[in-house]
Design a protein around this ligand. Structure first.
Ligand code: FAD
Length: 379
């Protein structure tokens, strides 16, 4: 693995950093408090190529690799985890699924719209009764001549209301059988498809999380992706890439919390000296940066394997598991370093603390990541 960042990675990271400072940072708390989903920010990022980082240039994307993608997610998440989460869901779930499994016609139609963020993407696997056990889904797609009729509800979907297009995994076979689900592309405005309840969340409040409801929603067979029965298999592959982006999101949140704490520890005086002079604080900072850099290396290892199209299931799960737990530990210590001030909304660390928890849950909980890793090492 190459540890030195290439010039292109440095440039892309700088673009994302500049954008986040200028267009995201001033509004972070306003969006958080009102749960406003700042769609205009994503449209702007689309113009910069940040919404189609991995999409080849022939489909209107930036044609970059996973190392650049990780750098973008990390830079944005250092400033706002919510925007980082939505960026990740759009790039690697919806767009990533169509990029990996769409046919030529589907790629030509949807990828340019998604890469420019003229259209925002959503990806629906989870349901009210089936999260970790996603293979046991209840949403069905039943063949009706040249069409499929979708019925059911997906929940916890990032951009469930605002998404212009969604990739939806629905059951096309008997419950609890292998190969019983299929992936479909559904456009907003299709009769029978609507957004539902928007969640009121602990953190990641500026990232829209909502239900998607299918009520006798008819879509043509041309909207099916890949073979009938391949939906869950495709979803697991998409999640390998998605988990790398949640690892990057975690590293970004942890770095944001660490950098704020480092600065504060030098400025805050108690007992006539900066609190950084106390070993109790400096050792916390030492642990934070050590764990962040270890998490980043695991993330880059997974990104590097993904770039080389090598198996990455174990490495992506390890990166996601470790980095997300680090984000929670680091942001918890960050609040501690800020003391009472860390408990207020006047300083950024309470938001990092709230946002970080999603990272151990979304795209597979820490327990599920350990199951994936154990399965890989014991096979
Ligand atoms: C903000 C947010 C955004 C999201 N965005 C999307 C999205 O865009 N698309 C989408 O499809 N989904 C999305 N999700 C859903 C997310 O992927 C699920 O919440 C997650 O997979 C966990 O499922 P669950 O919430 O149903 O928890 P459950 O599966 O009910 O798990 C509850 C607890 O049981 C544990 N558990 C479950 N099974 C096992 C087991 N076999 N061994 C040990 N422990 C186990 C879990 O680890 C967890 O601690 C999002 C969720 C959130 C919160």
């Amino acid at each position: 693995m190459e540890f030195q960042q290439q010039e292109i990675t440095v440039q892309v990271a700088q673009t994302a950093r500049d954008f986040a400072r200028q267009h995201i940072k001033p509004y972070v708390m306003q969006w958080d408090e009102t749960q406003e989903f700042p769609i205009q920010v994503f449209r702007e990022m689309g113009k910069l190529g940040l919404m189609g980082v991995l999409v080849p240039e022939e489909y209107g994307g930036s044609g970059l690799g996973y190392l650049e993608y990780v750098a973008v997610i990390e830079e944005v998440s250092k400033v706002c985890g919510s925007v980082g989460l939505s960026l990740a869901a759009h790039n690697s779930l919806c767009t990533g699924h169509i990029l990996q499994f769409g046919n030529e016609e589907q790629k030509k139609k949807y990828l340019p719209l998604l890469a420019s963020c003229e259209w925002l993407g959503a990806w629906g696997l989870t349901e009210p009764n089936t999260g970790s056990d996603a293979g046991n889904m209840r949403t069905t797609a039943v063949r009706d001549g040249d069409s499929w009729i979708l019925n059911g509800t997906k929940n916890w979907i990032t951009h469930g209301i605002s998404g212009d297009v969604a990739v939806v995994i629905a059951r096309t076979g008997e419950p609890r059988t292998s190969g019983n689900s299929t992936a479909f592309i559904v456009e907003r405005g299709t009769p029978g498809f609507s957004g539902g309840k928007k969640e009121n969340k602990l953190g990641m409040r500026a990232s829209e999380t909502a239900e998607m409801i299918f009520d006798h929603c008819s879509i043509p067979d041309s909207q099916r992706m890949g073979d009938v029965g391949d939906g869950f298999k495709q979803a697991l592959k998409v999640l390998d890439g998605g988990r790398i982006s949640i690892a990057a999101l975690s590293v970004g949140i942890a770095r944001g919390a660490y950098e704020a704490s480092l600065q504060y520890s030098k400025e805050r005086y108690q007992f006539d000296q900066p609190i950084s002079h106390f070993q109790g604080i400096s050792f916390k900072l030492a642990d934070m940066i050590t764990e962040i850099e270890a998490a980043e290396l695991l993330t880059l290892q997974a990104a590097d394997l993904k770039n080389k199209k090598l198996p990455v299931t174990k490495e992506a799960a390890m990166a996601k598991y470790y980095a997300s737990e680090v984000a929670v530990r680091v942001s918890t210590d960050a609040v501690q370093i800020f003391g009472g001030y860390g408990y207020t909304k006047d300083f950024p660390v309470e938001k990092f603390y709230r946002d970080s928890k999603l990272c151990t849950i979304g795209e597979g909980t820490s327990e599920i990541q350990k199951t994936v890793i154990a399965r890989q090492i014991l096979k």
